[in-house]
Write a protein that binds this ligand. Structure first.
Ligand SMILES: NC(=O)c1ccc[n+]([C@@H]2O[C@H](COP(=O)([O-])OP(=O)(O)OC[C@H]3O[C@@H](n4cnc5c(N)ncnc54)[C@H](OP(=O)(O)O)[C@@H]3O)[C@@H](O)[C@H]2O)c1
Length: 335
C-alpha cells in the first residue's frame, strides 16, 4: 500500500499468550471478510493455526491473491479457501453464497464480519449507498442473512455458532444512529470534510458505520436469545492498531500523513489489535451480547468483555437499524 505514511512497527505484547490459551478449532469452519491485510489476515492465520477450515472473503484483487498465497505459505497443511466477495456490491455478496455453502457441508461455526474502510470520500456504491456504510455494515447484514441457514446447522451440530462483528472506538463519536446514512443517498452525505477532531463528514459517516456494527450485534443478540440461544452475536473493537486501514485513509485524503504518524504512536500492533476479534471467534468464555476490546474506549492492551452499551442497545436504534438494513438489501431478515 503506497502512501507517505509509515507504520510505527509495534511489537506485539499479548497475542501469543492469548492464542496459546484458545482451544483447538479442528472440524470448525470459519468465514472472515477482509483478510488481505490487518486484523482479518491475523485472525485468518490464527484460526488456521488452531486447526480451523478458514474461508477468506475478499474482493478480487492482487492483494487478495498475494495474501492467500502468503497465508498458505505461513501455515503448512492449513485449510484456506478463497471466495470472491466484494462488499461494495450486493450482487457480489449474493453470488458468493453458493461457493461458501459448498465449503460448509457441516455448517458454518463462525461468520466474522471484519472488513472495513475508514473516512473515505462521499461516494456511492454501484447500489447507490455510501461506500463506507455498504462495505462496513449493509453488505455484512446481507451476508449474515444469507449464511444464517449454515450457522443454524453448525449451532445444532456443535452446540453453538457465532456472528462476530468489528466495531471501533469511533462508535462513540456519534451517539445516535441516523436513518439517512442507511439510505440510498451515497455521494450526498455531507461531502469530504476530513477533520477527525471537528468531525468532518468523512468521519461522521465512518462513525455511523461503526455504530451500525454495534447496533447490528445488539439486534442479533436479542433475536438469537428469543429464537435459538445456541446462536451467539458479539462485537470486537481493536482500539488503535497499525494496519493498512490508516494507510488507505491517508491515500484517500481522509487523514494527513504527518498527523497519522503522531496519532499512531498511541496505538498497538495489528496482532494485539486482533485480540478482541480472536476472543469473539474462539474463546469459550466469551458469551453472546458483549463487546470485547481494550476497555470500552481504550486504544491498546488486553481485550476484555463488556456488556453492550445503551446508546445502541435500545429499542429505537435496533428497530431503525433492522428496518433500514432490510430496506437496503430489499429482503426481509426473519430470525
Ligand atoms: N486499525 C484500527 O486501528 C481499527 C480501529 C477500529 C476499528 N477497526 C476495524 O477493523 C476492521 C479491519 O480493519 P484493519 O484495521 O485490519 O484494516 P485493513 O488492514 O485495511 O483491512 C481491511 C480489510 O477490509 C477489506 N475490504 C475493504 N473493502 C472491501 C470490500 N469492498 N470488499 C471486501 N473486503 C474489503 C480490505 O481488502 P482490500 O485489500 O480489498 O482493500 C482488507 O482486507 C475494520 O472493520 C475497521 O473498521 C480498525
Amino acid at each position: 500500500m503506497s502512501s507517505s505514511y509509515k507504520k510505527p512497527g509495534f511489537d506485539s505484547k499479548y497475542f501469543e499468550q492469548l492464542l496459546n490459551s484458545l482451544p483447538a478449532l479442528e472440524s470448525k469452519t470459519i468465514a472472515i471478510t477482509g483478510t488481505t491485510s490487518g486484523m482479518g489476515f491475523i485472525a485468518a492465520e490464527a484460526c488456521a493455526r488452531l486447526g480451523a477450515k478458514v474461508i477468506l472473503l475478499n474482493r478480487p484483487s492482487q492483494r487478495s491473491d498475494t495474501s492467500f498465497a502468503k497465508l498458505k505459505m505461513n501455515i503448512s497443511n492449513a485449510q484456506f479457501y478463497k471466495v470472491d466477495c466484494d462488499l461494495q456490491s450486493f450482487e457480489s455478496v449474493r453470488t458468493s453464497i453458493e461457493e461458501i455453502n459448498e465449503l460448509c457441508p457441516e455448517g458454518l461455526n463462525v461468520l466474522c464480519n471484519n472488513a472495513g474502510i475508514m473516512a473515505f470520500r462521499d461516494e456511492p456504491t454501484i447500489d447507490g449507498y455510501d461506500i463506507q456504510m455498504q462495505t462496513n455494515h449493509l453488505s455484512h447484514f446481507l451476508l449474515t442473512k444469507l449464511l444464517m441457514p449454515k450457522l443454524e446447522v453448525a449451532a445444532e451440530k456443535f452446540g453453538e455458532a457465532r456472528v462476530v462483528n468489528h466495531s471501533s472506538v469511533a462508535r462513540h463519536q456519534q451517539k445516535e444512529l441516523k436513518s439517512e446514512y442507511l439510505e440510498r443517498r451515497g455521494g450526498k452525505l455531507g461531502g469530504d470534510g476530513a477533520s477527525m477532531f471537528f468531525l468532518g463528514a468523512r468521519w461522521v459517516r465512518y462513525s455511523q458505520t461503526k455504530l451500525a456494527n454495534a447496533a447490528f450485534t445488539a439486534c442479533l443478540h436479542e433475536k438469537f436469545q428469543k429464537s435459538n440461544p445456541k446462536l451467539k452475536a458479539m462485537v470486537a473493537h481493536p482500539g488503535l492498531a497499525e494496519s493498512d486501514l490508516q494507510s488507505s485513509t491517508v491515500k484517500d485524503g481522509g487523514m494527513g500523513s504527518f498527523f497519522t504518524r503522531y496519532l499512531m504512536k498511541l496505538g498497538q500492533s495489528e496482532k494485539d489489535g486482533s485480540l478482541g476479534l480472536l476472543r469473539c471467534i474462539a474463546d469459550p468464555k466469551i458469551n453472546s451480547g458483549v463487546i470485547v476490546g481494550p476497555g470500552l474506549r481504550g486504544l491498546k492492551g488486553k481485550a476484555k468483555a463488556f456488556p453492550l452499551e445503551r446508546f445502541y442497545d435500545n429499542k429505537n436504534t435496533k428497530s431503525l437499524l433492522w428496518s433500514k438494513s432490510c430496506e437496503a438489501i430489499s429482503e426481509e431478515f426473519n430470525i
